[in-house]
Write a protein that binds this ligand. Structure first.
Ligand SMILES: *Cc1c(COP(=O)(O)O)cnc(C)c1O
Length: 361
C-alpha cells in the first residue's frame, strides 16, 4: 500500500497567496457552515475538557428524526471515510473479496487492502456512454460478485466522476445481489441531488437488510474540518460495527455542530440553491471555452480535455487556483474542479483563459 497523497501543501500555499488562493481541489462547500452550527460549536468549546458522548445520543436522535429511521440503525464516524474503513475491517478479511467500480471513490480499494481482502475492480461504463460516461456499470458489478465477496461499495453520485444511477437501477441491483453481501451506498453528495429518478438508497433499507448507506457532514453541510459522518444499516450490522468502533471516535464539537447544522434547514436549502446556480453557470462557462464537462449532481465538475491535463493543472496552480488532477485515478486527461465562490470561479476562468489553446479540446 502507498500513503495517501495529500496533493499540494495547502498551508504553504495559503501563506503564499493569502486571500487570492482559490481552493477548488477537495469538494468543500465554500460558503462555510451554517451560522447556527458555528454558534453551537463555539458554545460546545467550553466542554472540551470532557470526553465526548461515546453514543452520540443527541446527534443520533436528530438524525433519526431527520431520516425517519430508528437510532439503533445509526453509526457515527470520524468522517464517513472512517466508516467505509470500519465496514471492511469488520466484515472482510483475507478469505474474502470486496467489489467496487473503476473510477469509484478512492477509499474503496484502500478499505479492501487494509482488511487484507481481494479487490474486485469492475470496469466502468464506456467513456462514450451518453448517460454516465465513466459511471458505475451495475450489471457488470452484479456479475463480478463471487461467492467470497463480502462487500460491494457504490458511490452515488460518485466522486471523482460525478456520475449517478437512479433509484430504480439500485433497486434492480439490490434484488439481484446475494443477501449475504453488504451493499454499501456512499451518499456523500446526497444533499445536492435533484436528478429525476434519483433520491436516496434509504428508501430500500426496510426491504434489504444488507444495505448500508453512508453520509457525511463534510460536503453540503460544510463541516469537512470537523470530521463527522454517519451510516444507516440494519441493527445487526450496526451491532457488529460497534465492536470495533473507537469509543470516542467523534469529538464533542463536531457532535454539537452537526446536530445544529441538521436543524438549520433553511440554510441547507440556500446552500443547495447557491451550488446549483453556481455549478451550472461554471459548467456553461467551461463548455463555452471548449472543455468537456460531465453533468453533475454534486459540488464539483469533472472536465475531460483532449490532451493530458497536467500542463493546465500546473498553469492553474502557479496562479493560485487549486484543482485536482486525475492521473492517480487513471484519468490523466481529466481535472476535478470544485464549485467555489463566484470570486474563486472567476479566478479559475481567468487563469484558464491565460492558458494556450494547446490544452483545449
Ligand atoms: C468527500 C467524500 C466522502 C467523505 O468523506 P468524509 O470522510 O466524510 O469527509 C465520502 N465519499 C465520497 C464519495 C466523497 O467524495
Amino acid at each position: 500500500m502507498r500513503a495517501y497523497d495529500p496533493g499540494h501543501d495547502l498551508p504553504a500555499l495559503r501563506e503564499a497567496f493569502g486571500a487570492s488562493l482559490a481552493e477548488l481541489g477537495s469538494n468543500e462547500n465554500p460558503q462555510g457552515p451554517s451560522p447556527r452550527a458555528l454558534k453551537a460549536m463555539r458554545a460546545a468549546l467550553a466542554g472540551a475538557f470532557r470526553y465526548p458522548d461515546p453514543r452520540g445520543t443527541l446527534l443520533k436522535r436528530a438524525l433519526a428524526e431527520h431520516l425517519k429511521v430508528g437510532t439503533e440503525r445509526i453509526v457515527l464516524g470520524n468522517g464517513s471515510h472512517e466508516l467505509l474503513m470500519l465496514l471492511a475491517q469488520s466484515f472482510a478479511d483475507a478469505r474474502h473479496s470486496v467489489a467496487f467500480s473503476r473510477f469509484g471513490f478512492a477509499v474503496f480499494p484502500i478499505a479492501a487492502a487494509a482488511a487484507g481482502a481481494a479487490a474486485l475492480c469492475v470496469p466502468a461504463l464506456p467513456r462514450g456512454d451518453a448517460g454516465a460516461p465513466f459511471g458505475h456499470d451495475l450489471d457488470a458489478i452484479t456479475t463480478a460478485i463471487r461467492r467470497d465477496t463480502r462487500i460491494v461499495y457504490l458511490a452515488n453520485p460518485n466522486n471523482p466522476t460525478g456520475t449517478w444511477f437512479t433509484d430504480a437501477a439500485l433497486e434492480r441491483f439490490l434484488e439481484r445481489a446475494p443477501r449475504d453481501v453488504l451493499v454499501v451506498v456512499d451518499e456523500a453528495y446526497q444533499e445536492y441531488v435533484e436528478a429525476p429518478g434519483l433520491t436516496t438508497a434509504l428508501g430500500f433499507a426496510a426491504r434489504f437488510p444488507n444495505l448500508v448507506v453512508t453520509r457525511t457532514f463534510s460536503k453540503a453541510y460544510a463541516l469537512a474540518g470537523m470530521r463527522i459522518g454517519y451510516l444507516v444499516a440494519h441493527p445487526t450490522v450496526v451491532e457488529v460495527l460497534e465492536r470495533l468502533r473507537e469509543s470516542f471516535n467523534v469529538n464533542h464539537i463536531a457532535l454539537a455542530g452537526a446536530a445544529e447544522a441538521l436543524r438549520d434547514k433553511p440554510w441547507l436549502a440556500k446552500a443547495r440553491a447557491f451550488n446549483r446556480a453556481e455549478r451550472e453557470w461554471l459548467r456553461g462557462e467551461l463548455l463555452e471555452r471548449g472543455f468537456r464537462c460531465l453533468p453533475s449532481q454534486t459540488n464539483f465538475l469533472l472536465c475531460v480535455l483532449a490532451h493530458k491535463a497536467d500542463a493546465l493543472e500546473r498553469h492553474l496552480f502557479e496562479r493560485g487556483v487549486i484543482v485536482r488532477p486525475m492521473g492517480g485515478y487513471g484519468l490523466p486527461r481529466a481535472l476535478r474542479i470544485g464549485v467555489g465562490s463566484r470570486v474563486e470561479n472567476r479566478r479559475l476562468l481567468r487563469a484558464m483563459d491565460s492558458f494556450g489553446q494547446a490544452g483545449r479540446r
